[in-house]
Design a protein around this ligand. Structure first.
Ligand SMILES: Nc1ncnc2c1ncn2[C@@H]1O[C@H](COP(=O)(O)OP(=O)(O)OP(=O)(O)O)[C@@H](O)[C@H]1O
Ligand SMILES: [Mg+2]
Length: 236
C-alpha cells in the first residue's frame, strides 16, 4: 500500500545515519511523516466515532418524537425517518470497517449488507423468500460506495416490502461502459408508465437524487410477461 506507514524498525535511526547528513535528514522526514499519518488516523477514528454518535442521537430523537406523536400518520413518517438515519449509520459503520477507507470491495460489502437485510425476512413465512448476491467483485471508491449502498438499501427495502419471492442483487461490468448494479424481485408488476419521480413515497426520490449524485442512470424493467421487476443503476 503506497501510504502504509513504516514500522519503527523500518525507519532508519538517526545514529545509523549520523555520518551522512542527507540520510539523517531523510530519516527525520520519514519519522515526521509517520507521525503525521498516525495522528491523521487517530483524528479520522475520532471523527468517525463522533459522527456515529451524532447519528445515533438523531435516531433516538426521531424515535422518541414518533412515540409521543398523537397523529398516526406523522408518527409513521417520523419512525420511517429514524429507520433511514439508522440505516445510514449502519452502512457507514459497515463501509468503514472494511479494509481501508479509500475504497471498498463492493460485492463483499453487498454480501454483508444482504445478510443484514435477510434478517428482515421472517423465517418460515415464505420459504421462497431469499436474497442472493451475484456478479463480480469490484473495488469502488468509498465516495461512490456510500451513495450506492444507500441506493441498494432503498431498492432492497422496496423489494422486501412490495415484491415477492427471491431477491437478487447483481453487480456487473458493462463491457467497457462502466458498471451496473441491479436489484430484482418477483411479485406484482409496476404500473404501466411508472414514473419514479412522481412517486408519493420518499424511497424513489432518494434513489433518483443519489443516482444523480454519482452521475449514474436509473433503468426500470416493470416486470410484466413473467419477467422480474428490476431496478438497475448504471454508473462509471
Ligand atoms: N420492487 C418493487 N416491486 C413492486 N413495486 C414496487 C417496487 N419498488 C417500488 N414499487 C412501487 O413503487 C412505489 C414507490 O416506491 P417508494 O420507495 O418511492 O415508496 P414506498 O416504498 O411506498 O414508501 P417509502 O419508500 O417512502 O417508505 C411503491 O409504493 C410501490 O407501489
Ligand atoms: Mg420505498
Amino acid at each position: 500500500m503506497a501510504n502504509a506507514p513504516r514500522r519503527a524498525s523500518e525507519t532508519p535511526s538517526a545514529e545509523f545515519c549520523s555520518g551522512c547528513p542527507e540520510r539523517a535528514r531523510d530519516a527525520r522526514l520519514l519519522r515526521e511523516r509517520d507521525g503525521v499519518i498516525h495522528r491523521q488516523e487517530i483524528f479520522d477514528q475520532e471523527v468517525n466515532h463522533r459522527l456515529l454518535n451524532s447519528l445515533q442521537m438523531v435516531v433516538s430523537l426521531l424515535s422518541l418524537q414518533s412515540r409521543t406523536e398523537s397523529n398516526a400518520e406523522a408518527a409513521s413518517h417520523l419512525s420511517a425517518a429514524a429507520n433511514r438515519v439508522a440505516t445510514i449509520a449502519h452502512l457507514h459503520r459497515l463501509l468503514h470497517s472494511m479494509d481501508g477507507r479509500q475504497s471498498v470491495a463492493f460485492k463483499q460489502f453487498l454480501n454483508e449488507l444482504c445478510a443484514e437485510y435477510s434478517k428482515m425476512l421472517v423465517p418460515g413465512e415464505n420459504p421462497d423468500r431469499d436474497i442472493v448476491v451475484e456478479g463480480t467483485d469490484v473495488e469502488l471508491p468509498t465516495a461512490v460506495g456510500m451513495p450506492l449502498a444507500l441506493i441498494v438499501s432503498e431498492l432492497l427495502t422496496n423489494a422486501i416490502k412490495h415484491g415477492k419471492g427471491r431477491i437478487a442483487v447483481k453487480l456487473e461490468g458493462r463491457y467497457g461502459k462502466g458498471l451496473a448494479i441491479s436489484v430484482c424481485n418477483d411479485g406484482p408488476a409496476l404500473p404501466e408508465g411508472f414514473d419514479p419521480a412522481a412517486s408519493e413515497g420518499l424511497g424513489m426520490k432518494l434513489v433518483l437524487s443519489l443516482v444523480e449524485q454519482i452521475g449514474g442512470e436509473l433503468r426500470i424493467d416493470r416486470g410484466n410477461n413473467n419477467d422480474r421487476t428490476r431496478f438497475s443503476v448504471l454508473f462509471r
